[in-house]
Ligand binder design. Structure first.
Ligand SMILES: [Zn+2]
Ligand SMILES: [Zn+2]
Length: 321
């Protein structure tokens, strides 16, 4: 099979590898589509893993199953999650399942930008049957799951006012998810006109100075954090869905945080429950993410796919091996 291996944060080599075969409890899938995630083009995050076959927003068709596999059969089309928590450790029990040791230790072999992927046994029970869902739409189950978890961690409820900062694909998914949750209004801050228009088409209003209960930040630039914190009503929650530079202090006034009972939270990745909820929202048609796919490229064009996502030219790029 062919795989697209990132050797540096800018270079990708397409190479030939032996087809994977499933061990006991494992599954091998032909990759039907794999979305490019913001984390795939985050230099700080990616450089720690290189060289690596990136890609974790995977939809596949089961090619082979190992012994004792009951959760999937050859020919099934499935959404594949790349991590599975143990569900039982201290972190899992406290709701930080994405920081569970087993979650971090599980992975796809070699990664989604490949013709085939081996799904280890711990991940097989988490496979979600595609049914009639379009494979391209299903690549959004993972990113939507991540967004849903963030909105949960920010305790976003029906009737709330939400500010979304940044209308890339994650911001747009947050707008759609919040509306599905019955928020009063979603406000958006986005400097690029095209994205701002899209956010408005997805039901957000352009924010000026309206107080909000939750601010969801897809960028953690100093200005974005300061502006979002200032927009919070008393009791509001600032939800970081992006990181500041390593070592940078967060620009939130400590006195305001205390006197106005503000909360700062962050959210990383998605757990099994988030994946299922995201799948349901897409399968039911409540959220139709296909409009976000601006580019659909073959495996040989993975370098370009990453570049388009990095430069923000694309809303969402999907690699179709
Ligand atoms: Zn992702
Ligand atoms: Zn755990």
């Amino acid at each position: 099979m062919r795989v697209a291996r990132s050797t540096t944060t800018r270079e990708v080599v397409v190479e030939e590898l032996a087809d994977p075969s499933p061990g006991p409890g494992e599954v091998v899938c032909r990759v039907l589509a794999c979305g490019v995630c913001g984390s795939d083009v985050s230099d700080g995050y990616v450089s720690r893993k290189l060289p690596a076959v990136l890609g974790h927003e995977v939809v596949g068709e089961v090619l082979a199953v190992g012994t004792a596999v009951t959760a999937a059969a050859v020919g099934d089309r499935v959404v594949v999650h790349h991590h599975a928590p143990c569900g039982d450790c201290r972190r899992c029990r406290r709701g930080h399942e994405t920081l569970c040791d087993r979650y971090r230790a599980t992975a796809l072999d070699p990664g989604g930008f490949a013709e085939q992927v081996r799904v280890e046994a711990a991940l097989v029970p988490e496979l979600l049957a595609l049914g009639s869902v379009d494979p391209l739409a299903a690549t959004f189950v993972e990113p939507l799951g991540c967004v849903l978890r963030a909105l949960d961690r920010a305790r976003l409820r029906a009737g709330d006012e939400l500010l979304v900062v940044g209308a890339g694909s994650n911001g747009l998914l947050a707008i759609a998810a919040a509306r599905a949750r019955g928020v009063a209004r979603v406000w958006v801050r986005e400097p690029r006109e095209g994205r701002r228009r899209l956010a408005e088409a997805w039901g957000a209003k352009v924010h000026t100075d309206e107080p909000v209960d939750v601010a969801f930040l897809t960028t953690a630039s100093e200005a974005a954090v300061t502006d979002a914190a200032a927009a919070l009503d008393a009791g509001g929650v600032l939800c970081l869905y992006a990181t500041t530079k390593a070592g940078a202090p967060l620009g939130v006034d400590g006195e305001q945080l205390f006197l106005r009972e503000l909360t700062v939270c962050s959210s990383w990745s998605a757990g099994p429950r988030d994946m299922r909820t995201a799948y349901d929202l897409i399968a039911s048609g409540t959220i139709d993410p296909l409009e976000l796919v601006t580019h659909r490229l073959g495996l040989d064009e993975t370098a370009r796919a990453l570049d388009l996502q990095r430069r923000g030219e694309a809303i969402k790029v999907v690699v179709v091996p």
